[in-house]
Design a protein around this ligand. Structure first.
Ligand SMILES: Cc1ncc(COP(=O)(O)O)c(C=O)c1O
Length: 412
């Protein structure tokens, strides 16, 4: 019987009747790139990870050890509630005051398994087949297949130096009647850009005027190495239409998979119901570690230690671009986060030249994958092939310099 089952499982002729939702979902377009990155000789500007040197390994090891030897051990190793530990939620409500989010109660707060889960739960709570989600053009790559998976449609909104192009936003709200707007307003992935406070306020006003739910995705604002901190879009929320999502992946460790969603209590309730089906609750051990790190102010301390490293790497990349890349190459110079966004002259094709870059042992992400209108297009028809995302957090300054020098040989 067992042998028969195994035979059936491996029968190549078997037709797998997948859901229609899976149509056109091919996984992350950059997965082939990540396979290449295991080669040690590659200088990778393709990632989006915190630097290994910045992970507070010793501190987390000590905290885990203490927690598991304490009276909290059974609470940690047992099942927990879907909403998350109450004491962690209380600490998170204090934590988000740092971005101007005040007057929230425990019912406005959900512990999530990373920001990615927050996006999934928020979109899943609202998006039906055919619903439009406005996104900045370009936007976080992984949100595009998610919207597609819910059979929604992502529509790109133009951006300026200071944030979303508000005229384009309003025009697209009127034209498409979107249910949601998704933005990464601080040190965006992929551009590294930050919306001005005025732009944030206007986004809150426009979204309230037209009753659009906003997902404000904020994994990076704490990674500021220059300039002054800004308040969130959520801090201007007057009607409860803004869902703020953040995580400890970039400030502590992504492997912990802990984040937070703050929103109207009715929205959070729907997200809790969906989370029950998804994973019951976020890992109790991870929650307890994050709580302890917050209590000991370890997150702020760890970020403070890493920011000079990130700044040095960003400066090395900017200096190398200025020294070696063609003068026509336009690029962002962020005050924090992990990414520089670049634009070559029209006609330069970062998709076609990728193989040459790999032959020269440098990897990057081709910018076209971050644009909503490219989701259903064949490679030949893709727009924005002259754009590129460069990550500087994981390579040393000297590797960054030699990597950019090698890239310049391909793009000059
Ligand atoms: C803009 C943005 N949102 C969400 C995420 C998901 O992060 P996590 O689930 O680790 O919090 C990332 C990860 O890189 C990101 O760049």
């Amino acid at each position: 019987m067992l042998a028969q089952c195994q035979k059936m499982r491996y029968n190549k002729d078997m037709q797998l009747d997948f859901s229609t939702r899976m149509n056109g979902l091919n996984g992350n377009a950059t997965r082939e790139i990540f396979k290449l990155l295991t080669r040690p000789e590659i200088v990778s500007f393709a990632g989006g990870l915190p630097s290994n040197e910045c992970l507070p390994i010793e501190e987390i090891a000590e905290i885990s050890n203490t927690l598991l030897k304490s009276k909290h051990a059974t609470r940690i190793l047992q099942y927990g509630t879907t909403e998350g530990f109450v004491d962690l939620k209380e600490a998170l409500l204090t934590h988000v005051k740092g971005v101007g989010i005040t007057n929230q109660t425990l019912d406005n707060c959900l512990v999530i398994s990373g920001g990615q889960q927050g996006l999934y739960l928020a979109l899943s709570s609202f998006i039906d087949k055919g619903d439009v989600v406005l996104v900045e053009n370009p936007t976080y790559l992984a949100v595009l297949p998610m919207i597609q998976g819910f059979e929604g449609k992502a529509v790109g909104v133009n951006a300026t130096e200071n944030g979303l192009d508000l005229a384009d936003l309003e025009e697209k709200i009127i034209k498409h009647k979107p249910k949601m707007l998704y933005v990464v307003p601080t040190f965006s992935n992929p551009t590294g850009k930050t919306y001005s406070v005025e732009n944030r306020k206007k986004i809150a006003e426009l979204s309230a005027k037209y009753n659009v739910i906003v997902i404000e995705d904020d994994p990076y604002s704490a990674l500021r190495f220059e300039g002054n901190a800004l308040v969130s879009i959520k801090s201007f929320d007057t009607i409860g239409n803004i869902i703020y999502i953040s995580s400890f992946s970039k400030t502590l460790a992504p492997g912990l998979r802990v984040g937070v969603a703050i929103g109207d209590a009715h929205i959070i309730r729907k997200m809790v119901i969906l989370k029950q089906s998804a994973d019951l609750h976020t890992s109790n051990l991870s929650q307890a570690i994050v709580l302890e790190c917050l209590k000991q102010n370890l997150i702020a301390k760890s970020v403070k230690k890493s920011m000079p490293i990130y700044l040095q790497r960003k400066n090395a990349m900017v200096a190398a671009i200025q020294a070696y890349m063609p003068k026509s190459f336009k690029f962002t110079n962020p005050e924090g986060g992990l990414f520089i966004w670049g634009e070559f002259e029209k006609g330069v094709d970062t998709v076609a030249l990728f193989k040459e870059a790999i032959d020269k042992n440098v990897a990057y992400i081709q910018g076209q994958v971050f644009f909503a209108e490219n989701v259903h297009k064949q490679v030949d028809a893709l727009a924005y092939k002259n754009t590129i995302r460069l990550n500087y957090s994981t390579e040393t300054p000297s590797s960054i310099t030699s990597g950019i020098q090698n890239l310049s040989k391909i793009f000059s």
